[in-house]
Design a protein. Structure first.
Length: 239
């Protein structure tokens, strides 16, 4: 008798922890990129896309894309490709974006102000529900429909709004204290824009965004391109 089980439905019945434990971090990062590309395709009225087409839109090779999507139990249809709306739903579910997670932002300087006013978070499954700053002069300032609260209110607000993700956009010297406050209030995931390395418990995940480091990496590539035609392309030691 032929096995008629739907692999997607079978996968949905697997315990979540077991299902995602083996997914590499690099794959998770690429799933987010695929989702962005798919959303753009959907906005353009595209209903199906080949693995080659999606790979090109995401900037990866098609073999890597197919392997990544196999973690979702999604293999596409030979000669047709992937259904865009279905794949958007699968990736959104895998990334936990169907829950519209509550986010608290701490640090309303220039960067924090820009992040607070960014309208793209809501369409990607995130709700910024609270803004905090240590400066009393900023308390009450309206930004994107919210009013800045003092950092001393963080614990109560995080608990009442069920915030699971905290964004830190403070100066480096304040980042660890803010991180400790977020963790103590129950936040288990942190996006850190401060130029500081944070110490957190094992159950807390931290993603660091260091714009200066990214610029330094680009500077390296610029230097490599500039020296590509000089000698054998190796760098001389300075000093």
């Amino acid at each position: 008798m032929t096995d008629q089980r739907d692999p997607d439905r079978e996968a949905d019945r697997e315990p979540k922890a077991d299902r995602w434990r083996s997914v590499p971090e690099a794959t998770v990062a690429r799933l987010a990129v695929y989702l962005r590309a798919l959303t753009t395709l959907a906005d353009q009225g595209v209903n199906t896309v080949s693995s080659e087409g999606l790979a090109t839109a995401a900037g990866v090779n098609s073999a890597k894309l197919r392997k990544d999507l196999s973690h979702l139990g999604s293999y596409g249809t030979r000669g047709v490709g992937y259904d865009v709306s279905t794949l958007i739903e699968q990736i959104s579910r895998a990334l936990g974006l169907t829950q519209h997670r509550a986010v608290a932002l701490v640090g309303i300087g220039n960067l924090g102000h820009a992040l607070a006013g960014y309208g793209g978070f809501a369409s990607r499954g995130f709700r910024i529900v609270a803004l905090f700053d240590a400066e009393r002069a900023r308390v009450g300032e309206p930004i994107a429909g919210l009013r800045v609260r003092h950092i001393d209110d963080l614990d109560d607000v995080v608990r009442s709004e069920r915030v699971s993700i905290g964004v830190i956009a403070t100066p480096a010297g304040a980042a660890q204290d803010v991180c400790d406050r977020l963790v103590a209030a129950g936040v288990t995931s942190i996006l850190n824009f401060a130029p500081a390395v944070l110490s957190v418990p094992d159950n807390v995940d931290v993603r660091k965004v260091d714009l200066a480091v990214e610029l330094q990496i680009l500077s390296f590539h610029e230097q490599r391109k500039a020296t590509a035609g000089d000698g054998d392309g190796t760098f001389e030691e300075v000093g």
